[in-house]
Design a protein around this ligand. Structure first.
Ligand SMILES: C[S@@+](CC[C@H](N)C(=O)[O-])C[C@H]1O[C@@H](n2cnc3c(N)ncnc32)[C@H](O)[C@@H]1O
Length: 342
């Protein structure tokens, strides 16, 4: 029954004593609830539980209290978001086991665990990925980087086959796996490396879950750029496209991280040294050996970096690009100033 129809029914007085309108979610969805039925005869409903936890989160100053309770509710009911849950599911009463599961997840969120770790998976660039602390949670800006790289690969398809792609610092596998998934019609060989064993394990798990691990087109390696011997990577290259979202937060900014990030995410995935460029420099130095002659490197950086990078690395041809918020966030590097593949 749509809310318009239900409103008319209520105005005519057909259902009146038993219904009230409640507001749900940050988008203030008006939701009809039969309070008499679900509160007395049927015990606690999912809707009650949702409201109870919004209130708990609000009192404890947990950011995004509606979204937090909404994602937990949706997860336990088998939906992606709160707004798509049918009202019959929200009205049904919870079992003891469900109550317990909600409480456990709610308590994790009360301890400031990011909601992505609480529910254990998240969508990125068209794929669903397992999330687990302390592996870096992919951010929406990085989807813009993936779009740039998709365009770059599409333009190079005619000239080169197969395209060899390397990702440095793969985390959950978000960039490499979303690209391989979206570009299955292209002959693309991916190598994804990370300095963290946790990240390598999670990328492998996600690749398997997405049925991308069977392919000969993907290798996932434990490797620390700037420390481990690059011969292993040189044997797999040269690469046509290198992508990285490296740790790039300057030291001074590490003290101002939200608690969710500071407590749960690997600081090795965040901290880029004094001015945030330690790993960026190591990547550029290694890429002089790993990139093919007209190869391209795409990197996500701090908004303070494009200017610094342009000044520091004058032997590269560098363009910067903005994210969806208009922030200069991505740099595209070509090895030689004389070469532009496009
Ligand atoms: C900001 S996270 C990005 C993860 C993923 N690419 C994403 O966008 O969601 C940076 C990743 O780089 C890895 N990393 C840090 N230093 C590295 C290095 N020297 N060599 C390889 N990986 C490194 C971290 O372990 C972490 O997984």
């Amino acid at each position: 029954m749509t809310s318009m129809v239900l409103k008319r029914v209520l105005q005519k007085g057909l259902l009146q004593p038993c219904f009230e309108w409640r507001v749900a979610g940050h988008s203030a969805r008006i939701f009809p609830v039969c309070y008499r039925c679900h509160e007395s005869a049927e015990g606690t409903s999912y809707f009650d539980l949702y409201h109870e936890w919004v209130e708990k989160f609000r009192k404890a100053n947990i950011p995004e209290e509606y979204e937090s309770a909404g994602f937990i509710t949706a997860h336990l009911l088998g939906y992606k978001t709160f707004s798509v849950i049918p009202s019959r599911d929200l009205r049904r009463s919870v079992t003891d086991r469900e109550l317990d599961a909600f409480r456990r997840m709610g308590e994790c969120r009360l301890a400031r665990m990011p909601i992505q770790y609480v529910i254990g998976d998240w969508d990125f660039g068209g794929v669903n990925l397992k999330m687990a602390p302390p592996v870096f949670i992919p951010r929406p800006e990085t989807e813009v980087l993936v779009d740039h790289v998709k365009n770059e690969i599409s333009k190079r398809v005619k000239a080169q086959s197969p395209i060899k792609m390397l990702e440095i610092g793969c985390g959950t596998g978000a960039i490499t796996l979303s690209l391989l998934n979206a570009m299955q019609s292209v002959s693309l060989q991916g190598v994804a490396i990370d300095a963290s064993e946790h990240a390598v394990g999670l990328t492998k798990k996600n690749a398997h879950h997405l049925n991308l691990s069977y392919s000969q087109n993907l290798q996932i390696l434990h490797h620390k750029i700037g420390v481990d011997d690059d011969d292993v990577l040189m044997d797999l290259g040269p690469f046509d496209v290198v992508i990285s979202n490296p740790p790039y937060i300057p030291t001074a900014d590490m003290d101002n991280l939200p608690e969710e990030i500071a407590r749960y995410e690997d600081h090795g995935a965040l901290h880029g040294g004094r001015n945030g460029l330690d790993v960026v420099k190591a990547i550029l130095s290694t890429c002089t050996k790993l990139l093919s002659k007209d190869g391209v490197l795409w990197m996500e950086v701090d908004s303070s970096h494009p200017r610094l990078i342009n000044a520091l690395f004058d032997d590269w041809k560098i363009d910067s690009h903005r994210d969806m918020y208009g922030v200069a966030r991505f740099c595209r590097f070509l090895r030689s100033k004389d070469v532009d593949a496009n």
